[in-house]
Design a protein around this ligand. Structure first.
Ligand SMILES: Cc1cc2nc3c(=O)[nH]c(=O)nc-3n(C[C@H](O)[C@H](O)[C@H](O)COP(=O)(O)OP(=O)(O)OC[C@H]3O[C@@H](n4cnc5c(N)ncnc54)[C@H](O)[C@@H]3O)c2cc1C
Ligand SMILES: *[C@@H]1O[C@H](CO)[C@@H](O)[C@H](O)[C@H]1NC(C)=O
Ligand SMILES: *[C@@H]1O[C@H](CO)[C@@H](O)[C@H](O)[C@H]1NC(C)=O
Ligand SMILES: *[C@@H]1O[C@H](CO)[C@@H](O)[C@H](O)[C@H]1NC(C)=O
Length: 463
């Protein structure tokens, strides 16, 4: 009898990988570049899979947490960037539970959409507001959109099942395909990825949202502490390829306050955007060469302002009558800001209430350019302080180019490309789990756990 096709194919595929599976010890050392949520969670997942004996070095040029960060106003801390987490974010929920942290409830508040002249939509329900935004952008009917978002969300939840069974995807396209986010001809390819991202943001607004008590960044520092990862404060300048006993060995080069340094690793995960504007990162000795991945980063400026809202600007001469805690805007070119929220501290007590618009409150204003004095004077009657952070928030998807790869080389992985598809904490955590599983399955050549088709059926019949 002829051997099954897989028996013929597997050794052939395995020959492309360096060492026979059975003889393989776990990697001795792994480097992670970036200690944002992506880097911290991938370090945690890698250790879960490979075991505690693997040495984990995490390089960070700034503060642990990356885009999860707080600013202090009046002795209280506030989220300055990524603030809210959707109720169905299962990895984030797990992290919080594992680390003994707590969820902080969202303080209710009304929202509205401002056109630059008046409010075009006033709602208490974020979900409708976000539907409105998508409709505004893509002209898809409300009802169809709502059904579609539910469908996308339901399919998205499958990823947790696949991951629990150890399945990984070697590209973003494969991952999206497994979630049923295939190109839908009715929307056309150019809309698909931004629309998927839109659906994810909508889904985020549909249920209740939450944040981490004490600050979302506590998840990052907590995961790194839990894994006993060695955090190296320095800027990675590049990775060069070497080989030892027929295996790939990666040299990570960095600069720190002590000068330049480098170290060798069996595996490397890059968890920061490889983009020329972000860092000078070079890959040496790789064939074919590895480049940065172009893509336009949307500039994003956050101004945390402690002051009195100029409610007149929004058509409410009496601030006491101003009913909104968050203001979205339509894409009016003349408008100089995208959104603003009356924000609450990262720690709130049971009796906490949001500051009223006639009181001095802490507002977070999102804009594409830094606000000038005149613009601040338009939004605020007066203010005590302004703290500005600039961040190229996330890449703009370009439908004419393919998505960035996850596998850059045998044991060299790129985590941040997922932001080309959707930029959220949970999405990064899902991608981190995928990279850890992929790294593990590749290391032990468990090819049946990579890019499998018909997974829905497989996980139903597996226990
Ligand atoms: C204004 C704003 C609001 C947002 N709101 C939300 C929200 O409400 N909900 C939500 O879910 N998501 C939100 N997001 C998205 C969320 O912040 C990101 O998806 C997530 O934080 C990305 O994590 P990361 O680890 O991939 O990237 P980052 O947090 O950017 O981490 C990358 C890290 O790598 C470090 N680094 C970079 N280059 C090097 C180098 N060469 N050497 C060493 N270290 C390096 C950086 O200093 C950084 O710490 C928001 C983002 C922004 C900007
Ligand atoms: C805020 O919450 C964190 C996490 O629960 C806690 O460790 C910290 O002590 C709290 N801080 C204040 C000022 O209550
Ligand atoms: C990258 O290097 C160039 C030239 O060496 C320098 O001008 C630029 O500021 C660097 N960019 C970053 C983000 O470090
Ligand atoms: C407040 O808004 C009104 C109306 O747009 C404007 O005339 C005024 O200059 C703004 N600033 C202050 C400080 O009142």
């Amino acid at each position: 009898m002829a051997p099954p096709l897989t028996a013929l194919l597997l050794p052939a595929l395995a020959a492309l990988l360096p060492v026979p599976a059975a003889a393989r010890a776990p990697p001795r050392s792994i480097a992670v570049v970036g200690a944002g949520l992506g880097g911290s969670s991938v370090a945690y997942f890698l250790q879960q899979h490979f075991g505690p004996q693997v040495q984990l070095d995490v390089y960070e040029q700034g503060g642990v947490g990356g885009r999860l960060a707080t600013v202090t106003v009046n002795k209280q801390q506030y989220e300055s960037r990524a603030a809210s987490i959707h109720a169905l974010s299962l990895h984030m929920q797990d992290f919080v539970k594992t680390l003994g942290l707590r969820q902080r409830r969202e303080v209710p508040g009304k929202s509205a959409v401002f056109s630059g002249e008046h409010f075009v939509l006033e709602e208490t329900d974020w979900y409708l507001l976000n539907l409105f935004r998508l409709w505004w952008h893509y002209g898809i009917s409300f009802l169809r959109l709502q059904m579609w978002v539910e469908e996308v969300m339901e399919k998205f939840m499958r990823i947790y099942k696949y991951q629990a069974h150890g399945y990984a995807f070697s590209s973003l396209e494969e991952l999206l395909r497994s979630l049923g986010a295939v190109l839908r001809s009715s929307y056309g390819q150019s809309v698909l990825v931004p629309a998927f991202a839109g659906a994810m943001s909508l889904a985020g607004a549909q249920g209740s949202t939450w944040a981490v008590e004490g600050g979302n960044k506590l998840v990052c520092s907590g995961l790194l502490k839990l894994t006993k990862a060695n955090v190296i404060h320095g800027r990675v300048t590049g990775v060069s390829l070497h080989s030892s006993e027929g295996r790939a060995l990666y040299q990570v080069h960095y600069t720190s306050s002590e000068g330049q340094g480098s170290a060798f690793y069996d595996m490397v995960v890059v968890s920061t955007a490889l983009h020329p504007s972000r860092s000078n990162f070079s890959f040496q000795n790789f064939e074919p060469p590895i480049d940065n991945f172009p893509g336009t980063f949307q500039p994003s400026v956050t101004s945390v302002v402690h002051g009195y809202l100029n409610s007149s600007y929004f058509g409410f001469p009496d601030p006491k009558l101003f009913p909104f805690a968050s203001i979205l805007t339509t894409d009016t070119p003349a408008l100089f800001f995208n959104a603003m929220d009356n924000i609450c501290p990262v720690n709130i007590s049971a009796g906490f209430r949001r500051k009223q618009p006639q009181e001095a409150a802490v507002w977070r204003v999102l804009s594409q350019q830094p606000l000038d004095k005149q613009q601040l004077k338009t939004l605020f009657k007066s203010y005590y302080s302004v703290q500005v952070t600039e961040w190229p928030s996330h890449p703009r998807y370009d439908s004419t180019k393919s998505l960035p790869p996850i596998v850059l080389h045998e044991n060299l992985f790129y985590l941040s490309g997922v932001e080309w598809v959707a930029s959220s904490m949970e999405m990064i955590a899902v991608a981190a789990k995928n990279v850890a599983l992929l790294a593990y399955n590749r290391w032990y050549q468990d090819l049946e756990k990579i890019d499998q088709k018909d997974l829905m059926h497989k996980v139903k019949t597996e226990l």
